[in-house]
Design a binder for this molecule. Sequence first.
Ligand code: GUN
Ligand code: FE
Length: 459
Amino acid sequence: IVYYGPVINPVSLTSYRACRCLLAVGASGSIDWIVEDVKDSMVQEIMAVHGYIDVDVVSLRDGEFIMPGFIDTHTHASQVPNAGSGQQYELLEWLENITFPMESKFSDLDFAERTYASVVRRVIDSGTTTCCYFATIHLEGTQILAEIVNRCGQRAFVGKCCMDRNAHQVEDAESSVSSTKALISYIKDLPSSPHLAEPLVQPILTPRFAITCTSPLLASLGEVAAGDPNLRIQTHLSENPSEVAFTMSLFPESSSYTEVYDSVGLLRENTILAHAIYLDDEEIALVAKRNAGISHCPTSNFNLNSGVAPIGKYLDQGIKVGLGTDVSGGYSLSILNAIQNASIASKVIAMQHRGDPAAPPAQFSNKQFSVASLLYLATLGGAAVCNLETSVGSFSVGKSFDALIVSVRNDAGNPTIWSGSAPRTPEGMLEQFFFCGDDRNISSVYVQGKLIGGTAFTR
Ligand code: GUN
Ligand code: FE
């Protein structure tokens, strides 16, 4: 299939390309070729040059554009039924009163099946083409989530929470490790296309956070990680002052919260660290040295009164950063909402530093994010955090076509974003979609070239 119309293509934290393109997707779902700055009169000739004779061209209508799918680097599928509850609490009370009780319900496999089916559908229709999911402590429930994600065709990492203390339901360390290994085997055996470099759905090692894991459990998980360098790892780090204090009391021998993970080999280039709000300079240097990625979850950070993560500072240190919805610490499944709150979080920091902007060469510290930076964090940045930057996050030859067709047309059924008076430049459409759009504007969601969601998807 060849798509023809405005394409938004992220390049870096400071730039993206926006122009009319012809973009060809081959049978494997990867991009065969792209030609930029195309005019109507050139289409047939370009197709012929590429040997594309009698191939369907999908021409976008005025008010539509193509962009890479969103990458959600941190969310909890099991907490979606709680979204919008518990905003009066901070993290530890919220876990106790809202979150652990809900997660306990996932021992009921019917409940797990029904809940996860609707969650995955909503996440896909929100434009998330790659998602890092936490499930719960339950092996079978987590297998159900992985199976549903795989059946729906979403790209994802699915993890079972490892917890052997300080939660409502816990396992002993040995069972936590053996059930994690069982999940890894189960996910590796799910049906998958043989031509893909990596299967769409992959397991991810998920020590929930230091508070719910004893040292022996963390050490054993470190051994599992050491045995599989490609296995991604996800956890929470330094989200809330009381959490940091409790963690340090549980690990008095550690010099920092970050070091708790590093000391057992859980901090490496494919580790995804959610939140990371209260890191000191040594911790920042350690995250940078290990090339671990940070999942910025601004909606959750505001909602649970956690804090404002200094993301600009991390970017200036060269740390990989993507966005996370962190439902139900965050109340929205949509990365659009994370984009909006990432923008506001950056403005809060910028306002606090009006008189003293960071000195050059600092580029992002204490500054508000541009649309280019927000786009990057939601796509390529997330891909880098997931170590998927060679296959997704932007459009280039050989990359997977993980994409959205976005419509800001004021057709019936669409929220009226475009009034008809402003010119519809691709840049203007993108900014309006980011700040005023929602899933009604996402007409098609593609993963590996296949239509899997959006308003145009027939279920
Ligand atoms: N820290 C440990 N568990 C959780 C969780 O479920 N959500 C958030 N936001 N932080 C956590
Ligand atoms: Fe979380």
